[in-house]
Write a protein that binds this ligand. Structure first.
Ligand SMILES: [Zn+2]
Length: 185
């Protein structure tokens, strides 16, 4: 039998952990949420140590994502992809800033090559990054894949502002906590 649909879900705990009406106007608050999601995903064993969140121009939440690769047997279920997909469904819009921006993605770690590519098509205007790719690779052993040498410049060229090292130490601590657990999920 051929499968003709894909069903991806966020863990049920996100509904209790995230206040969809909160004010996330400043970048620090946006990143704090992305990192908190990554930490909770580890503590609940509901996926890998990555969290992401999308915000509209007013600092209101459009959607969140956490890594769901192992639970869903799906290599596309990275935190950023989950945040893009759930937000796109909510807005019924494949380019999130089609109705106006800026739309901001906050992600606990630098996007891998897949999420990097998806960030170009999803219609975001700003990208906030916590841990660096080198942190992901050295602390948690994940491969970030082949990114363009000038990955930041390629985004800027496409009108996406990039801010790195936001709460980096906190994001690194979650990666280290995951690695200490010794279980892949
Ligand atoms: Zn990714």
């Amino acid at each position: 039998m051929l499968y003709a649909q894909v069903h991806l879900t966020l863990p049920a705990w996100v509904h209790e952990a995230v206040d969809p009406a909160a004010d996330y106007r400043d970048d620090d608050a946006k990143m704090a949420l992305a990192i908190r999601l990554s930490a909770l995903n580890v503590r609940h064993g509901s996926g890998g140590p990555f969290g992401a969140a999308l915000f509209n121009a007013e600092g209101r939440l459009l959607g969140v994502g956490v890594n769901r690769v192992v639970p869903h047997s799906s290599s596309i279920a990275h935190a950023e992809m989950m945040a893009f997909a759930t937000s796109q469904q909510r807005l019924q819009q494949y380019r999130l800033n089609a109705a106006g921006g800026p739309v901001t993605l906050a992600t606990s770690s630098q996007p891998c090559c897949m999420c990097y590519g998806a960030s170009v098509w999803a219609g975001i205007d700003r990208l906030l990054i916590g841990a660096r790719a080198e942190d992901v690779e050295s602390l948690a052993g994940f491969d970030e894949g082949p990114l363009p040498a000038d990955w930041r410049g390629e985004l800027v060229k496409r009108g996406i502002e990039v801010i790195t090292d936001l709460r980096r130490d906190e994001a690194r601590a979650v990666l280290a906590e995951y690695a200490r657990g010794g279980v892949v999920y």
